[in-house]
Design a protein around this ligand. Structure first.
Ligand code: G3P
Length: 478
C-alpha cells in the first residue's frame, strides 16, 4: 500500500507486518491527510535488539566523528525545511512561517548540541584521595561521562520536529542509540526529519522511528526492558509513564499553567504585546503559553482594553495562509476547550469577544473577571482562550500561581527589578521571566518544571548530562 508512510528501523524504511495503518487527520480539513504504519510489539522487540547492538559500536566511535555526523544532519535538515514545514502545516495546522522556524531552529539545536557535546564530554575529572580524612595520596580517581544505552524519545504534537531533535541530539552525541515514538499528529514531519539523519549516514540501527497506536505499543515501549532512559514531553500521560517505568532515568515535561503577574508600575503596552505573543501564538498550544493573567485591579481595565484591541487584529483561518489563529489539533481538543469556555460562561466570566467556533477553529477569546471557582482558572485549555484574574495584592497573584498543580514557567511585569527578583524567588516554577512572556528558548537555556510539570531539567547541556552516567576508574598506588 504505497500511500502509507513506512517506519524506520535498521537503516531501512519498512512496512509493518500488521498490515494496519494509523490515520493522521488534517486539523483544518478534518479529513485523513496521511497514514503511517501501525507497528507491532514484535517489531518493537526487533528494533530494541538492533538499537542495543548499534549503540555498542557507536559508543566507541570517536566523539569528533559523532559531532561531525550531527553537523551533517543539521545541515540536511535545514536544506529540507520546506517539505518538512509543509507536513507541519498539514498535520498539526502550524502557521506556515512558524513551521519553517521550527525546522531551522531544530537544525541550529542539533549543531549546538554537537558543539556543546564535544566540549562537555571531552573532559572529565581527576580526584586525589588525601583530601578526605584518613587517606594518604594513594588513590587517583578518573571520571568520564559514559552513555546510558538506548534512549526512548517521545515528543508531543506541538513541536514534533524540534522536541524530537532536542532529545535525539543529546542522546547521539553522548554515545547512546535512540528510538523515536512520534506523536500521531506530527508523525510524518518526524519521519521526514529522521530521513535527514538517514541521509547524513548514521550507522544502521542507531536511530529508529516506530509509529503506531499508543494502545498497542505505548506502554510496551515505555516498559520495555531494553530501554535505558525515557525523555518524554507531553500531557499527563507522562505521570502514568513515570509510575510504570523501570529503574531508569526519566526526563519529562508535562505542561503548565504559566501565570503572568502584572504589577501597577508595569509598561502596559509591553505587557499587552507579550500576552498576545505568549497567549495566542500557535493558538495557545504551547506548554509555555501564558495561561492565566493575574493583574492588579488598578491597571486591569487599561490592560484588558489594550489586549482586546490586539486580539481584534489577530488573523483567524488556515495555517497555509499563515494566520495567527489556526484550527486546534483535534476535535476532542476543541471540545475540551469549549467545555472550559462554557463553564466560565455559566459561572459569570466577562467575555471580551463573542465565543466562536467552526470545526476545530476557535476564535481568540479573552475572559475577564475570572474567579478561582472556574475551571479555566486552573486547567490548561491548550487553545486560544485566555483568562484574566484581577488581584488586589502581589501576594494574591503569587498565591494563585503556587496553588496550581503545575509549575513550569511564569512571568512578572514591573519596572522595579528588586520587586521582580523577590517575586521570582517566591514563584514555585522552573523558570520565571521578567518583563517577557514564558518561553523555552533559546534552546540551550535550562528548561524544567516543578510539581506535575515534570521531572529533570532540559536544555542542551542538561540533556547531555542526563543521558550519560559518571564512570570512575580508581588507580590504587602501592
Ligand atoms: O509546549 C512545549 C514547550 O517546550 C514550549 O516551547 O519554545 O514554545 O516555549 P516554546
Amino acid at each position: 500500500d504505497g500511500d502509507v508512510y513506512k517506519y524506520y528501523a535498521d537503516g531501512e524504511w519498512k512496512k509493518s507486518s500488521s498490515g494496519k495503518s494509523v490515520a493522521i487527520i488534517n486539523p483544518t480539513t478534518r479529513k485523513t491527510q496521511y497514514k503511517v504504519q501501525a507497528c507491532t510489539q514484535e517489531e518493537v522487540n526487533k528494533v530494541m535488539e538492533s538499537e542495543k547492538t548499534a549503540q555498542k559500536s557507536w559508543a566507541k566511535t570517536p566523539l569528533w566523528k559523532r559531532a561531525e555526523l550531527l553537523h551533517k544532519a543539521a545541515a540536511i535538515l535545514k536544506e529540507h525545511k520546506a517539505p518538512i514545514a509543509e507536513c507541519l502545516v498539514k498535520e498539526i495546522a502550524k502557521p506556515a512561517k512558524d513551521a519553517i522556524t521550527e525546522v531551522v531552529r531544530s537544525g541550529d539545536l542539533v549543531s549546538y548540541t554537537a558543539e556543546e557535546g564535544v566540549r562537555i564530554l571531552g573532559e572529565g575529572k581527576f580526584l586525589v584521595s588525601d583530601s578526605f580524612p584518613g587517606n594518604e595520596r594513594t588513590k587517583y580517581c578518573l571520571t568520564s561521562k559514559v552513555p546510558l544505552g538506548v534512549i526512548l524519545a517521545i515528543p508531543p504534537f506541538n513541536y514534533p520536529v524540534n522536541l524530537a531533535v532536542s532529545k535525539i541530539g543529546p542522546a547521539l552525541i553522548a554515545g547512546n542509540s535512540l528510538v523515536l515514538k512520534p506523536p500521531t499528529q506530527g508523525a510524518v514531519s518526524a519521519l521526514h526529519m529522521v530521513h535527514c539523519f538517514h541521509l547524513a549516514g548514521f550507522p544502521k540501527g542507531l536511530i529508529s522511528c516506530v509509529t503506531g497506536k499508543g494502545s498497542e505499543i505505548g506502554d510496551f515501549l515505555t516498559m520495555h526492558p531494553g530501554v535505558n532512559c525515557i525523555s518524554f514531553t507531553g500531557g499527563d500521560t507522562g505521570i502514568a509513564i513515570s509510575k510504570k517505568a523501570g529503574m531508569i532515568p526519566l526526563q519529562m515535561e508535562l505542561g503548565g499553567k504559566d501565570a503572568c503577574i502584572v504589577l501597577e508600575d508595569a509598561d502596559l503596552d509591553l505587557v499587552a504585546a507579550n500576552i498576545i505573543k505568549g497567549g495566542f501564538s500557535y493558538s495557545g498550544q504551547r506548554c509555555t503559553a501564558v495561561k492565566v493573567v493575574l493583574v492588579m485591579e488598578s491597571v486591569a481595565d487599561a490592560l484588558v482594553k489594550k489586549v482586546k484591541e490586539k486580539v481584534a487584529k489577530l488573523t483567524v483561518g488556515a495555517p497555509e495562509d499563515d494566520c495567527d489563529i489556526t484550527p486546534v489539533v483535534s476535535e476532542s481538543s476543541a471540545n475540551f476547550i469549549e467545555g472550559l469556555v462554557k463553564d466560565a460562561k455559566e459561572k459569570g466570566a466577562t467575555f471580551c469577544q463573542e465565543y466562536k467556533r467552526d470545526g476545530n477553529l476557535i476564535w481568540p477569546l479573552l475572559l475577564d473577571n475570572v474567579r478561582p471557582d472556574m475551571r479555566i482558572a486552573w486547567e490548561e485549555p491548550f487553545g486560544p482562550v485566555l483568562p484574566v484574574i484581577r488581584i488586589n495584592s502581589v501576594e494574591e497573584g503569587i498565591h494563585h500561581c503556587n496553588a496550581s498543580n503545575f509549575g513550569l514557567q511564569g512571568c512578572v511585569f514591573t519596572k522595579d527589578v528588586n520587586k521582580a527578583m523577590l517575586i521570582s524567588d517566591a514563584m514555585e516554577t522552573g523558570t520565571v521571566q521578567i518583563n517577557s512572556a514564558p518561553a523555552r528558548g533559546p534552546d540551550h537555556f535550562p528548561f524544567q518544571g516543578l510539581k506535575d510539570s515534570g521531572i529533570g531539567s532540559q536544555g542542551v547541556t542538561n540533556s547531555i548530562n542526563m543521558m550519560t552516567k559518571i564512570k570512575s576508574t580508581v588507580i590504587n598506588l602501592p
